[in-house]
Write a protein that binds this ligand. Structure first.
Ligand SMILES: [Zn+2]
Length: 355
């Protein structure tokens, strides 16, 4: 087991090459999609006061039949009046408004005889949430405009509250990030950029590859993520780069039980993903731990290799998993993966002055 935080100071020494102990507790927070973290988009709609409450259920039925709102099923049709000085206590959502609209009468909005508009007052325009809220924060913002239903994704709520991972999982995550930090320190000792990474099979907690940034004028693409993906591929008998000059970059050959060879597919489920050659993607089901947020090239390599989750320590000004882009969560890419930031963030920030 790793010593408790502060143990190194108590010993009065620090093992050469071991990562600095994290003085502050860290949190692995999810990096959500644009849709999940964006502001609530509003559209204009017509609503009308319900002057005769006894007509409410009939009006609700008739208005909903004439103006169904299939894309806005999150909106409640009726809300309590927000103006205590007015005589009516309820207001009813009638329909969405066209762009560049003005005032409309009940007769224009509710065709007779499909709707008998008796019991309703003069329509008014009101901004309502265009889409269902995806997070509790969006829900709170949305309902301030118009009553909205919310189907909470408990995993997202839990993750946002920093409660997704158990103490045991956090200990394993910390161990993997400490390994990535050691790799980054070894890179720095060789005059390379201090970015380290580790690929882990979360099913067994087995480390499949450890690598660091190896870029040079001759190999400008060898960022730590690219190195690690190639190392995993080498463990599968594939791979492209000669990384032997970098002894801290290593891979574990695929174990026989899960060997990924031509003709032998590592089954994650019945419908394992394969590339054009019929081979499984390099990182299907695997996790990447990396000290610094990957760039766009590396993020796309992670999409192509079908990684399952990425945990990074420090954000990067050119990062593509949360800072500049959110490539892991784009609906128009054919693979998406989960991203968490902040694992041993303080120690990771200290590695690389640019982060
Ligand atoms: Zn990169």
């Amino acid at each position: 087991m790793d010593p408790a935080p502060g143990a190194a100071e108590q010993r009065g020494d620090q093992e050469a090459g071991s990562p600095e102990r994290e003085p502050a507790p860290w949190q692995a927070l999810p990096v959500l999609s644009e849709q999940q973290c964006g502001a609530v988009e509003l559209v204009l709609a017509y609503a009308a006061p319900v002057l005769d409450k006894r007509q409410t259920s009939r009006l609700l039925k008739e208005v909903s039949a004439v103006h169904p709102l299939p894309a806005q099923s999150h909106l409640k049709r009726v809300r309590p009046s927000r103006d205590a000085s007015r005589p009516h206590t309820l207001e009813m959502l009638l329909c969405l408004a066209e762009p560049a609209v003005g005032a409309r009468s009940l007769a224009e909005l509710l065709p007779w005889p499909a709707v008998d508009a008796r019991g309703l007052g003069q329509p008014f325009l009101v901004p309502v949430p265009a889409r269902p809220p995806l997070t509790r924060g969006q829900f709170e913002e949305a309902r301030a405009h118009w009553p909205t239903s919310f189907h909470e994704d408990r995993q997202v709520t839990c993750a946002l509250a920093g409660r997704l991972f158990s103490a045991q999982e956090r200990a394993a995550m910390q161990g993997h990030m400490e390994r990535a930090i050691r790799a980054a320190q070894q890179a720095a000792a060789r005059g390379l950029r201090a970015v380290g990474a580790v690929v882990v099979d979360p099913a067994s907690d087995r480390v499949l590859a450890t690598g660091h940034d190896c870029r040079s004028p001759a190999t400008p693409l060898l960022h730590a993520t690219m190195v690690c993906i190639d190392l995993v591929a080498q463990g599968q008998g594939r791979g492209t780069y000669d990384l032997r000059p970098h002894p801290a970059c290593s891979f574990a050959p695929a174990a026989s039980a899960q060997a990924v060879r031509v003709g032998s597919v590592r089954k994650l489920d019945e419908d394992v993903d394969t590339d054009e050659d019929g081979l499984p993607y390099v990182c299907t089901g695997y996790d990447l731990y990396i000290t610094r947020e990957p760039c766009a090239m590396c993020a796309m390599a992670l999409v192509h290799s079908r990684v399952q989750r990425v945990f990074y320590g420090a954000p990067s000004p050119d990062g593509a998993l949360g800072t500049r882009l959110r490539l892991h969560a784009r609906p128009d890419l054919n693979h998406r993966f989960q991203v968490f930031r902040g694992v041993l963030e303080a120690a990771c920030r200290r590695l690389d002055p640019d982060t």
